[in-house]
Design a protein around this ligand. Structure first.
Ligand code: SAH
Ligand code: SF4
Ligand code: F3S
Length: 455
């Protein structure tokens, strides 16, 4: 008998948290259809690549994975091959010409429609779903990777037009979910025993701009700040995070709310991209480095210990040595807890890719190395404040490198290891005395387990 219930699926996810969240929902849909998870793609009957197009190397990785499975399909004709995510949206039908073995090419806005699209594939069609659509509410239970922390999308898409970035092209315009739908999802997660929620959006502080000003009862729930107040008391949830913030929309009201609401973690991910005003202008970021510094100052005024992380790009077209040094200076002055750095990669369909003042790969990789060197030094300096301190850690998992230890994160998002049994501690908040520090992680000794206050 070859019923659907015996078919196995595998998903490989590239890219950001948005893609990871989409993959979890698509996995939920596949399991609902009777598919079983296969860790090994070579044992799977259905393979889905959820792809990223942010830089060229991310895109190229997809083609090499895909090539291998396309070959396998010649021996296993009933293999179903799917490309989802941002490369699918960017390339659309071109992907079918490049890899004719593909069954389904689907953009990120279609993730929740996977079942319907697959039914068409099983009827014998080759399907491309890349038209702009209203994202339907998910009705399936996602298959989440963690049992402790969960992502909840609050806004899809991006209305910015940063001159280097493919995201607006591949993710479409902003679409906010309603506060009610978001709260309902979080309440369900609370019931299932999840402890930490990360609210997700490419540009999360733009949340609600596309929603009506008030709900029928007259409550104003149309900003991220309002949303935080609205979901903060969901039973069982102990921590909230949100990402990614855009400096253009980051308000003092939001900062105040984070300081006031005890469950909102003191960690802010606010990419600055460059420390030079002319470059920020060329990037169309809509703020100056002075404004960025003021935001960080305000955060530190309300929450002196808050950890700050960001993204930065080096080697943007036309970047001079002096302009690059302005980025170094910003990193030196602010002292980030973590900084994701990247060399500029020209992307199809973006304005900056067409400019003639591109820098050489040598200059870009030299600047990247110099920036990374400074980032490590500063992160190590930032870690020192934890030494000898007692930090609360939410235990997520075993330390894979040392099974006598468990791992979790502090409120400031530092990865922390300590001795303990995962079966007893998973999902617990443990007070840990920090005894060892590294640039991006800590080790400590458990002091006591906090009994959860809310049930
Ligand atoms: N919405 C977020 C970032 C989304 S993309 C924001 O506005 O900050 C994640 C990161 O990838 C960006 O912050 C940027 O640092 C990097 N990135 C985007 N396009 C890039 C490109 N063409 N080359 C190199 N890095 C890029
Ligand atoms: Fe890309 Fe800019 Fe939108 Fe971020 S805000 S996703 S960098 S266009
Ligand atoms: Fe990549 Fe798409 Fe995210 S391009 S970074 S997976 S939005």
């Amino acid at each position: 008998m070859t019923s659907l219930s015996q078919r196995r699926y595998h998903i490989t996810t590239f890219g950001c948290q948005m893609n990871k969240a989409d993959s979890e929902r698509m996995a939920g849909i596949l399991e609902d259809m009777g598919f079983e998870w296969s860790e090994d793609p070579n044992n799977a009957d259905l393979i889905l690549y959820n792809t990223c197009s942010i830089r060229d190397n991310a895109e190229q990785k997809v083609y090499s994975y895909l090539g291998r499975q396309a070959k396998r399909k010649h021996e296993k004709a009933d293999l179903t091959l799917i490309v989802a995510g941002c490369v699918a949206q960017q390339e659309g039908e071109t992907l079918l010409r490049r890899v004719p073995e593909l069954d389904l090419v689907m953009g990120p806005q279609h993730a929740n429609r996977l079942k319907e699209l697959l039914e068409s594939v099983f009827d014998g069609n080759q399907v491309v779903a890349t038209d702009a659509v209203h994202i339907i509410e998910d009705i399936t239970k996602p298959r989440r990777d963690s049992e402790v922390t969960a992502w909840v999308n609050v806004i899809y898409g991006c209305n910015e037009r940063c001159t280097y970035c493919v995201v607006p092209n591949v993710r479409g315009i902003e679409q906010s979910r309603t506060p009610e739908a978001i709260r309902t999802e979080i309440e369900e997660l609370g019931r299932q025993g999840y402890k930490e929620i990360t609210l997700l959006g490419q540009n999360i502080d733009a949340y609600g701009r596309d929603l009506p000003g008030a709900t029928p009862e007259g409550r104003h729930l149309n900003t991220l700040t309002d949303l935080l107040y609205y979901v903060h008391d969901v039973p069982g949830i102990e921590r909230f995070r949100f990402a990614t913030s855009h400096p253009r929309y980051f308000t003092e009201r939001l900062i105040k709310a984070c300081a006031e609401l005890p469950k909102v973690c003191e960690h802010f991910h606010i990419p600055f991209q460059s420390g030079d005003n002319e470059l920020l202008k060329a990037m169309s970021r809509g703020y100056t480095q002075e404004k960025y510094r003021r935001i960080i100052d305000t955060i530190r005024r309300y929450m002196p210990d808050a950890s700050i992380s960001a993204d930065a790009i080096v080697g943007f077209p036309g970047e001079t040595e002096t302009q690059f040094e302005n980025t170094l200076k910003l990193v030196e002055d602010i002292g980030f807890d973590l900084l994701n750095t990247a060399a500029y990669s020209p992307r199809p369909g973006t304005p900056a890719a067409l400019w003639t003042n591109q820098l050489s790969e040598e200059v870009k990789s030299d600047r990247l190395q110099r920036l990374n060197h400074l980032v490590n030094i500063k992160a190590y300096e930032r870690s020192q404040r934890y030494f000898g301190r007692i930090e609360e850690v939410l235990v997520e998992d075993q330390n894979l490198k040392d099974k006598t230890q468990v791992m979790g994160r502090t409120s400031g998002n530092r990865l922390t290891f300590f001795a303990g049994d995962i079966n007893e501690l998973k999902g617990q908040l443990v007070k840990v005395k920090i005894t060892e520090i590294r640039a991006f992680s800590l080790t400590g000794e458990p002091i006591e387990v906090r009994q959860a206050v809310s049930v």
